[in-house]
Design a protein around this ligand. Structure first.
Ligand SMILES: NC(=O)C1=CN([C@@H]2O[C@H](COP(=O)(O)OP(=O)(O)OC[C@H]3O[C@@H](n4cnc5c(N)ncnc54)[C@H](O)[C@@H]3O)[C@@H](O)[C@H]2O)C=CC1
Ligand SMILES: CC(C)[C@@H](O)CC[C@@H](C)[C@H]1CC[C@H]2[C@@H]3[C@H](O)CC4=CC(=O)CC[C@]4(C)[C@H]3CC[C@]12C
Length: 434
């Protein structure tokens, strides 16, 4: 009998995946039942034939269930970039929510120490230190994997890395992942793309509560969005290619809007900037400019779900893109951040921008000039530069249910839960910053 498990742990025969193997409820019940049967045997010999029969049936059932369970735990997932902000959440979500996982391979340039704690559970967790720009390293990590979730990338809009490096990691790295799928026979590829593939464009055109089919002129000059757009295109074009063994490669791309939540480095930087300014932040963007945001836990959940459903609904989902969304409110980037920074004691000064936009553009340009001048000596990479100012100052929000229609996605975390979890994380960060 196939063991049907809910997407959530602890179903009738489910195993906990929280890094440890808790009692398997179904098994426990069966053991009690067996013990109960033993108790019956003390009451009188006349029941013996019936008892032997029921124990035999129970034994067969246990064997079948264990066979199903072994069969159920059969998949090997490879997660590239699994030690990053989003990656860590996806890794933990897979261990909690994917009952068919036998091995989870985490491929990253920088492995996190937290991976060690994951190695005590029922799933084999394999940490692989590697570089997606090195094709042989990717192929070695890919061999034998059924599913790959490709998140590794350089997320840089602050001028920290060169355009060449961004391209090498985000584009060539993605090419290497695709070719490794083809060479080794990995059939399912989920790519973490970005809203930036669409916009905001360099012309500052608003994208107001758009969806995957909304017409919009995607025009990019910055290396990051260009690299994400090229990589996404490669992934979608690879859908249907034959992999080793003759089966078709099935690919899809997820486009998160601005992700927030536990571990978000930019939020951390803005918080520390506010502390340096005496607990104040100064409004630079009109409150009317909406910017789409999505909680990291819901983005992680969408990755787990799309990886699972891609295997069942290849014809519908193969070659598709899906925005990542949840119930996070539509607000300006700064006002949204204050949902978390406010409870940590920061104040946003001004109901409208304190400086005229032309002055902000001048300051952003000065920052870019300073970065260029100082580069031989040190890395100067402030939040405000011409690109980030243009981004923040252009409305970009999504309103869609394509993921729900195609693979039944519903956010795992409500807005209230997402907000509470993020505030809690910031407050722990706050206490460590004191
Ligand atoms: N943070 C955000 O708001 C959004 C992020 N995304 C996408 O999500 C993905 C993950 O982003 P984040 O977690 O925010 O970034 P992150 O920088 O925290 O994580 C990226 C991970 O990739 C790894 N990596 C970088 N270069 C590598 C290489 N050459 N080989 C192997 N691993 C390498 C890094 O070590 C890091 O662990 C990226 O592809 C990004 O484009 C998409 C939309 C929004
Ligand atoms: C200094 C002020 C103008 C301040 O408001 C600047 C905020 C700025 C750092 C952010 C505004 C919009 C953000 C980007 C957006 O969320 C889309 C993104 C998608 C990604 O794939 C990666 C991150 C980012 C580019 C994100 C980066 C930070 C902003 C530019």
């Amino acid at each position: 009998m196939p063991v049907e498990r809910s997407g959530h742990q602890g179903g009738p025969c489910g195993k906990s995946r929280r890094g440890g193997v808790e009692a398997v409820p179904g098994m426990a019940r069966r053991e009690e039942q067996a013990e109960g049967d033993n108790h019956l045997s003390l009451a009188g010999n006349e029941r013996r034939p019936a008892l032997v029969a029921s124990l035999g049936t129970l034994g067969l059932w246990l064997q079948q269930d264990m066979a199903d369970s072994a069969q159920a735990q059969k998949l090997v997932y490879l997660v590239t970039g699994g030690c990053g902000f989003l990656g860590e959440h996806v890794v933990r979500m897979l261990l909690q929510q994917e009952p068919r996982l036998r091995e989870l391979r985490i491929f990253d340039l920088h492995l996190g120490p937290w991976l060690e704690e994951l190695k005590t559970g029922p799933v084999q967790v394999t940490a692989i230190q590697g570089d997606v720009t090195q094709a042989h390293e990717v192929a070695a990590a890919m061999a034998g994997a059924h599913v790959v979730i490709h998140m590794a990338g350089l997320v840089d809009v602050f001028g920290r890395a060169s355009p060449e490096t961004i391209h090498a990691v985000n584009v060539q790295g993605t090419k290497n992942v695709i070719e490794a799928c083809v060479q080794t026979g990995t059939q399912f590829l989920v790519y973490t793309s970005s809203m930036e593939v669409v916009g905001p464009n360099i012309k500052g055109h608003p994208f107001y509560r758009g969806n995957e089919d909304t017409p919009y002129e995607a025009v990019h000059r910055h290396p990051y969005p260009c690299s994400k757009a090229l990589a996404e295109q490669l992934v979608l074009e690879a859908n249907g290619r034959k992999v080793r063994g003759g089966l078709p490669l099935v690919t899809c791309a997820l486009r998160p809007t601005g992700i927030y939540g536990e571990g978000h480095q930019i939020m951390r930087d803005i918080y520390h900037q506010g502390l340096r300014l005496g607990g104040r932040l100064f409004r630079a963007i009109p409150a009317s400019v909406e910017h789409g945001r999505v909680y990291v836990g819901n983005v992680a959940w969408m990755h787990v779900l799309v990886a699972r459903e891609l295997q069942q609904r290849a014809a519908l989902m193969g070659g598709q893109v899906y925005f990542c969304y949840d119930k996070s409110p539509y607000k300006s980037y700064e006002d949204f951040n204050m949902e978390f920074l406010g409870p940590c004691g920061l104040r946003l000064v001004g109901t409208r921008p304190l400086l005229p936009y032309w002055l902000l553009m001048l300051l952003a340009a000065l920052n870019a000039l300073l970065q260029w001048l100082l580069r031989p000596l040190l890395l100067y990479a402030p939040l405000l530069n011409p690109y980030t100012l243009a981004m923040a100052n252009t409305t970009f929000t999504v309103s869609t249910n394509k993921a729900q229609r195609h693979f039944g996605y519903e956010p795992l975390f409500s807005w209230e839960e997402s907000r509470t979890r993020t505030i809690r994380w910031m407050q722990t960060m706050d206490s460590s910053a004191q």
